[in-house]
Structure formats: C-alpha cells, structure tokens
Ligand binder design. Structure first.
Ligand SMILES: Cc1cc2nc3c(=O)[nH]c(=O)nc-3n(C[C@H](O)[C@H](O)[C@H](O)COP(=O)(O)O)c2cc1C
Length: 213
C-alpha cells in the first residue's frame, strides 16, 4: 500500500494540520503491513517560486529549444505528478492563511497543472483515487459567524481535488486552532477542544477510506 502525503503548514512544532493528518496516516497504516509513505512538505521546503512561469513558458517551446531553467521546471512538474500517480492513496494537510489558499499549495497545484498528463479537461489520471483533505483554521467561519464566507481557500481546494482531478475525497476540518493562543478567542477554548476531538475521530475513519473501506 502506498500513500502520498502533502503538508502545507509553515511550521512543524505545534502544527494542528500535521497532527490530524498523522491520525489519518496512522489509521491507514493499520490496514496493512507493507506500507510506503512518500511525503512532501511544501510549507517547510517550498517549491521555487519561478518554476510555474518557467513551466508554462516551456509549454510553447520545442523540448530541444528549452532553456536549462525551463527544462528544470518541466522536470520538477513531472516529478510532482509522478508522485501523485505513483501512490494508491493521497493525503493533503492544509491550513488557512490570510483568508485564502496557502501560497505554497497554490504554487504546487499550478505546477502540477502544467504537466500535460494533468491538463484541465484532459484524461484525469487521478480519477477515483481515494484521498483525504485535512483543513485547519485558526478562527471560525461557519454559518452565522461574523466571518462566514471569509474562507476563500477551502472551496478552491475542493474544486481542484474533486472536480478537476476527480479524487474520491473525504474532508476533515477543524477550527479555532488559535483558541488558547489568541486571548480574544479564550471563550472558545472548550469548543475548540471539542472540534479537535471530532476531527480526530473523523480522521481515524477517513484513514480507513484510504484503503478502500
Ligand atoms: C501568517 C498566518 C496567517 C493566518 N491567517 C489565518 C486566517 O486568515 N484565518 C484563520 O482562521 N487562521 C489563520 N491563521 C491561523 C492558522 O490557520 C492556524 O494557526 C492553523 O492551525 C495553522 O496550521 P498548523 O497548525 O497546521 O500550522 C494564520 C496563521 C498564520 C501563521
């Protein structure tokens, strides 16, 4: 069994998205003895910020005429896609930053989409692959909250993973991860703890989804 895991948090210590993804991964590991996990830490080891533009520009140039930088960017995109195609299941752990998509996740998705195998409207080689998305937010954005509608990341991420790539996706979310850190959120500490427990329970369930149960 093989799993590809992508972490977008910019920190390792105290990362809630990593902790919940760990629960998913651990639950998935219970499903077999011969397990293989490939990880990419795009928040801690970002992709080169110019790779996407180079790969896009390379698309209009004969392979033999590409610059060395273009060839490097195209090869990196191919490596990212190989990683996705080479795993039987996928796990993504993504925080909300500045009400939008993590720049590192956006850079990764953009680069993946430059590879001809992953072109939007193409063959969808990931169609039906089991996947789990862990989303964490420092605040809360549910119906009726003051910031309802301010999470401009989750909808886009789901659009890419489910609708563009066709993954068989399960989503685990938790909020108020800044309760206990930001004093303005102290009144939500208990609620945050409850949300975290619920998310961890769901994460364990969804780990089993990754091996088809
Ligand atoms: C630079 C920065 C910007 C953030 N912006 C938001 C935000 O817009 N909305 C929000 O709910 N939380 C925001 N947060 C809080 C993170 O979503 C929260 O701390 C989350 O737990 C981070 O993921 P991690 O625990 O896996 O590192 C931000 C955190 C950082 C460091």
């Amino acid at each position: 069994m093989s799993l590809y895991r992508l972490d977008a948090s910019i920190r390792s210590e105290g990362s809630v998205s990593r902790a919940i993804a760990d629960v998913v991964e651990e639950s998935w590991r219970q499903g077999g003895s011969d397990v293989e996990v490939a990880c990419r830490h795009i928040g801690l080891e970002p992709l080169p910020s110019n790779a996407w533009a180079l790969a896009v520009s390379a698309g209009g140039v004969q392979a033999s005429a590409r610059s060395s930088d273009q060839r490097t960017a195209v090869a990196l995109a191919a490596t990212l896609v190989d990683e996705l195609l080479g795993a039987e299941a996928l796990l993504f752990a993504v925080p909300l930053y500045n009400f939008g998509v993590s720049q590192h996740l956006k850079a990764w998705v953009d680069l993946v989409l430059t590879d001809p195998r992953m072109a939007t409207g193409g063959a969808r080689p990931l169609n039906g692959k089991p996947a789990v998305l862990v989303v964490v937010r420092g605040g809360a954005y549910g119906p009726g909250t003051p910031r309802e509608g301010w999470d401009h990341a989750s909808g886009w991420i789901r659009r890419i993973l489910e609708d563009v790539w066709g993954l068989d996706l399960r989503v685990v979310e938790t909020e108020f991860t800044l309760a206990g850190v930001n004093p303005a959120l102290d009144q939500f500490i208990d609620l945050a703890a409850q949300m975290r427990r619920d998310a961890e329970r769901l994460a364990a369930d969804y780990g089993r989804h990754l091996f088809g149960v």
